[in-house]
Design a protein around this ligand. Structure first.
Ligand code: PRP
Ligand code: URA
Length: 206
């Protein structure tokens, strides 16, 4: 399943991120805010369990979340989405996956992985602003699946149709959430129109 979140606030904020003139501080803040707005939609189907509690007035049959939520940002750029989602789900745990793509071959290279325990019982959300060829997201999803993850969502800001197809084909069990589905990839593997190199723009490294 793929969901593109067409909300005016999200579209407005992505427009600010796309502008060449937007500097690191505003780029980062907009990413943080969009991730927070996306969190409502991506948590829509979280499972609740019935509980009986005491309010100051009487006993109440109600519901609460019953599973761990694990955010897994793909380093580096995925880090820019973590705080916006943690604002909404402060009890979420955070794993990290280090993957960079070779600028010549566009192939993903893994360099780091650290996860909380019991990924198999958790709702896992893999975070990366950019879904281009899909190589990095595919590698990250394979890594969490190897550690037992069964319920996985891929949450990206901007996706290219090429990357979406790769994930749909290799991981039909993973739900994809995007804030924008762009036109295509250029010959350097950049998303068009896209927003450039997300990691560099978040961390001011270029
Ligand atoms: C970017 C981006 C994704 C990946 C997308 O990371 O954040 O992880 O490229 O491209 P793909 O879908 O073709 O794999 P990059 O490799 O530039 O690393 P960085 O986040 O450290 O800058
Ligand atoms: N990675 C980025 O940061 N931007 C793109 O357009 C493609 C891959």
């Amino acid at each position: 399943m793929i969901t593109v979140l067409n909300h005016p606030l999200i579209t407005h904020k992505i427009t600010q991120m796309r502008r060449t003139t937007t500097r690191t501080k505003d780029f980062r803040e907009n990413l943080d805010e969009i991730a927070g707005l996306m969190a409502y939609e991506i948590t829509r189907d979280l499972k609740l369990e019935p509980v009986t509690i005491e309010t100051p007035v009487e006993t109440c049959e109600t519901y609460e979340l019953n599973r761990d939520i694990v955010l897994v940002p793909i380093l580096r750029a995925g880090l820019g989405m973590v705080n916006g989602i943690l604002d909404l789900i402060p009890t979420a745990k955070v794993g990290h996956i280090g993957v960079y793509r070779d600028e010549e071959t566009l192939m993903p290279h893994e360099y780091f992985a650290k996860f909380p325990e019991n990924l198999g019982e958790a709702e896992v959300m893999v975070l990366d602003p950019m879904l281009a060829t899909g190589g990095s997201a595919d590698a990250a999803i394979e890594m969490v699946k190897k550690r037992g993850a069964k319920s996985i969502k891929l949450v990206c800001l901007v996706g290219a149709p090429e990357g979406v197809e790769v994930i749909k084909e290799k991981h039909p069990d993973v739900d994809i959430f995007l804030a924008a589905l762009d036109s295509h990839l250029n010959d350097k593997g950049y998303i068009v129109p896209g927003l450039g190199d997300a990691g560099d723009r978040i961390f001011g490294t270029k």
